[in-house]
Design a protein around this ligand. Structure first.
Ligand SMILES: *Cc1c(COP(=O)(O)O)cnc(C)c1O
Length: 224
């Protein structure tokens, strides 16, 4: 079980040139693999499962920024609220309300990204553009004073069709631009899109954060 250090060095150089941040997606991977990258200076790690994230955060260095990138259930927000750095996949206002409540309890401001539904598949979560615009224009976001909306996140279709993926990322970037104008906030500056298979396409379309797992840590094995 080892980290692809060569790829890490190559990709971080490429990302720095493009001013894009790397979130190393370490879900299902052991603490040692995270420490290997941490030693090279990587501070931002992404996890999908609440219990796994809680365990890793307790065991690993405190200067790690933990990104929650999975589908988050409202009743589990309380476990990550004390320490989570950025929640990428906020896909409903109900979840936003719960994050705000838990952030208040811990006397924190929690940074979030709203997840947009951009893929042509039916299995992915997220807001559509109309719902997002309605939420922004309603002014309700100002009620959630312990949340800082940092931007948007999206996942393209799982497909070999490059044009399809480009179009999905490009439409997300358009939505992001619209939201940015409406919100007119200094804090709204992150667009999380791109994974191992499509991060270069995402960067071409304006991504500011890529979430890369398997190219860094190897393919995931799920044995359940
Ligand atoms: C697992 C996961 C990733 C990383 O996927 P790779 O293909 O291994 O790079 C990125 N984003 C989300 C939301 C994920 O669940």
């Amino acid at each position: 079980m080892s980290v692809n250090i060569e790829f890490y060095k190559e990709v971080t150089t490429y990302l720095q040139l493009n001013k894009v941040q790397l979130i190393a997606v370490s879900k299902t991977k052991p603490n040692e693999a995270i420490l290997d990258l941490h030693q090279l200076g990587q501070k931002d790690f992404g996890e999908n499962y609440v219990q796994e994230l809680v365990d890793k955060a307790a065991a690993l260095p405190k200067d790690i920024h933990w990104h929650f990138i999975g589908h988050l259930q409202s009743n589990k927000v309380k476990y990550i609220a004390p320490f989570v750095y950025l929640i990428h996949g906020v896909d409903s206002e109900k979840l936003l309300i719960e994050i705000n409540k838990q952030a208040q309890k811990h006397n924190r401001i929690i940074d979030v990204l709203l997840q947009m539904y951009i893929a042509s598949e039916e299995t992915k979560f997220g807001f559509d553009e109309l719902t997002l615009m309605e939420l922004i224009q309603s002014g309700r976001l100002t009620n959630y004073s312990n949340i800082r909306l940092r931007g948007l996140m999206g996942m393209a279709s799982f497909s070999e069709d490059t044009v399809l993926i480009q179009n999905e990322f490009s439409s997300l970037k358009h939505t992001y631009n619209k939201a940015e104008v409406l919100l007119n906030s200094n804090h709204f500056d992150q667009l999380s899109m791109g994974m191992s298979s499509d991060y270069k396409l995402a960067i071409e379309q304006g991504s500011t954060m890529v979430r890369i797992g398997s190219l860094l840590f190897g393919a995931r094995v799920y044995n359940k």
